[in-house]
Design a protein around this ligand. Structure first.
Ligand SMILES: [Zn+2]
Length: 188
């Protein structure tokens, strides 16, 4: 665990927060041109999200507020059971619009429980952004996190990842996430 700790420490310092996103004139066409196994990519991202949240659970020193151990464990369990709904044609569906990556429906029906609706534009983003968004949505599903809580949870979790680029979502400004992020960086 010690070795692992040092690894986390190093990677956390290397994280850069970015506003860069893949944008596209025609996301549906770009999506159709993707030569990747989407199901496999989503599963890899789910596993990566699960790994990151497990590290957070093991090393969590906060144990209060949104990082209450129970919230982390609930999110972890959600990630283990997570399912994805996505458009096989690349056409936006349901509540997807050009600016929407994903959405969840907080109804405790079998159809919606542990399910994330993945909009086509998210599948055009990098693997780290995909994983980041999955953690965010899992927090909504896991402990009914609000937008700001899910954003904080996602950012703090990612400090335990080996990603060196993290997407600064529009929620950062509204939720004052920058300050929280600095606090976290100073503390480790
Ligand atoms: Zn959200």
């Amino acid at each position: 665990m010690k070795l692992c700790y040092f690894f986390i420490l190093n990677s956390a310092i290397g994280i850069e927060f970015t506003n860069n996103l893949y944008t596209s004139e025609n996301p549906t066409e770009d999506f159709q041109a993707l030569n990747i196994d989407i199901e496999e990519r989503l599963e890899q991202a789910r596993l990566e999200a699960e790994r990151i949240v497990a590290l957070l659970a093991a090393d969590n020193t906060y144990r209060a507020g949104i990082l209450h151990q129970q919230n982390i464990e609930k999110t972890y369990k959600t990630l283990q059971k997570l399912r994805f709904t996505w458009s096989k044609t690349g056409k936006p569906f349901g509540q997807c619009d050009p600016n929407t990556f994903t959405y969840v429906i907080k109804l405790h029906t079998k159809e919606h429980r542990n399910n994330i609706f993945i909009c086509p534009i998210l599948l055009l983003q990098t693997f780290s952004i995909l994983t980041q968004i999955i953690i965010h949505e899992a927090a909504h599903l896991g402990f009914e996190a609000s937008e700001c809580q899910a954003t904080a949870f996602e950012v703090l979790s990612l400090h335990y990842s080996s990603f060196n680029e993290v997407y600064k979502t529009p929620y950062w400004k509204r939720c004052g996430t920058e300050r929280l992020n600095q606090h976290f960086l100073n503390r480790i």
